[in-house]
Design a protein around this ligand. Sequence first.
Ligand SMILES: Cc1cc2nc3c(=O)[nH]c(=O)nc-3n(C[C@H](O)[C@H](O)[C@H](O)COP(=O)(O)OP(=O)(O)OC[C@H]3O[C@@H](n4cnc5c(N)ncnc54)[C@H](O)[C@@H]3O)c2cc1C
Length: 516
Amino acid sequence: MKSEVVYDFIIIGSGMGGLSTACILAKEGFSILVLEKNHQLGGNLQVFSREKRIFDTGVHYVGSLDEGGNLYHYFKYLEILDNLKLKRLNQECFDLIIFPDGSKIPYAQGYEQFINTLIQFFPEEENAILTFCKKIKEICLFFPFYNLEIESSQNYFSNQEILEINAAEYIQSLTSNIRLQNVLAGNNLLYAGVKDKTPLYVLALILNSNLTGSYRFVDGSSQVAKELAKVIRKYGGKILKHQEVISANYSEKGFLTNVNCSSGKTFSAKNFISNLHPTLTIDIFGENRFLSAYVKRIKNLANTQSCFLVQLTLKEKSVKYFNYNLYPYFVDDVWESVNYSGKDWPLSLYISASVSSKNKEYIDVLTIMAYMSFEEVEKWSKSKNLAFDKKDRGQEYQEFKEIKEQQVLKKVIQILPEIKDNILNIYSATPLTFRDYVGTSNGSCYGILKNSNFPTSTMINSKTKIPNLFLTGQNLIFHGILGTCVGAFVTAFHFVDSKLLIQKIKNSTVDEKTEL
Ligand SMILES: Cc1cc2nc3c(=O)[nH]c(=O)nc-3n(C[C@H](O)[C@H](O)[C@H](O)COP(=O)(O)OP(=O)(O)OC[C@H]3O[C@@H](n4cnc5c(N)ncnc54)[C@H](O)[C@@H]3O)c2cc1C
């Protein structure tokens, strides 16, 4: 069935990247259609509900949301900030790094407090801590859009050596204090860091953002997707769910004309923007339409590690809510936990309590994330399971999940013994769940693994060889809500005057300031 309407843009995928790109273009006057394969919008912003409680599947906290922060500005321009229900994490500790010997080192918000807290724990290392923070700020200046700037002589395009600094090596060069080295990379589950590959810029962009206003979403992160969808519709955009794009048609001149969905429907547009992983994009749009060197490069790039997500419901009013994230390690070197092997799994965890408007004092749902490689679930990879198309992966898979849940639980109880007698139910998701619900390659958490050894190959251009096909999403510049948001603006700059757009973003908070 062919649609009569020819949209200015069809956006494929409604992750943060797809929705924010659609929102910008709809606001700037273009006609937009978003096609999403799932029942729920948002990709990693999806939530599910059990026992009248809300479970986040991906996003648990975001940074840069204090007034004046980059995400604060972007969300203001996107017209969603004022409607979001947010809870700021503790000023004196938003992340707590926990080592196998029981030592606990807090990350405080704001550079000054972050530095002073670390100096209390490492009084001999003041210079190393100050140099580290100076470097983090300096690196961020090389990312103009991250700083809401267009023209800057200091940028990573013309200073690519900035991308080649390896995070672990740089930290080691600052101090011989092994504990401090581990503390400075202590929340590397946020980027699935790999010691000899992860560039310092990835750590810098994320840490700088978290130091400038870290917040949780009250009642789940799906509100971001819902609010973006409202704004897209307000500006005339259309969003269709249950539309999985499977192939495309071209004009004789090689321009994309329309996309075909598994529903049998076909949709036409002048331009197309894919929010999917580049490998998936190549498969859908046809390998022969891209340069073979590009296809080879993209298909050979490693993806970030996947994870096993355990979510616990706790007895009512049993365990007090804690307003920070825990990063416990069961191995001394924090970089080792990603490439785990053998029986001691998991070697690290991310633990977070969700915030519920109904229950502010106690924990409703506790989320625990542990690295898990796709190979562990590969034997069930032919099965597909979605909320609207439930398929059983079989008894053996259930047993595998239960064993893994217990292994995780054992380690969580070491850290939070108070939960032991208060667990109501356990839910878990494997790399297969992430693959099926979001469409990321092998369930990878954050898409393509950035690599300081060949950094530019692991940053993906938003333009493609197909003249009217563009990319958006976590694989462009960096991942996360902020990374995909910055990427969305970079994609939009192909169609909207970048200087004017940046000015509009900056102006979006002006009225409010004048009122004050
Ligand atoms: C466990 C986990 C925890 C995380 N925690 C955080 C956090 O706390 N803070 C943070 O900032 N970031 C976090 N992230 C990272 C963040 O969620 C992602 O970087 C970001 O959401 C990715 O957005 P995206 O736009 O690239 O697309 P995705 O979220 O990957 O969405 C892609 C969309 O495309 C759709 N799609 C796929 N194939 C098709 C098709 N053929 N046709 C139509 N639609 C299709 C999918 O259904 C999906 O909706 C986390 C990620 C994971 C996995």
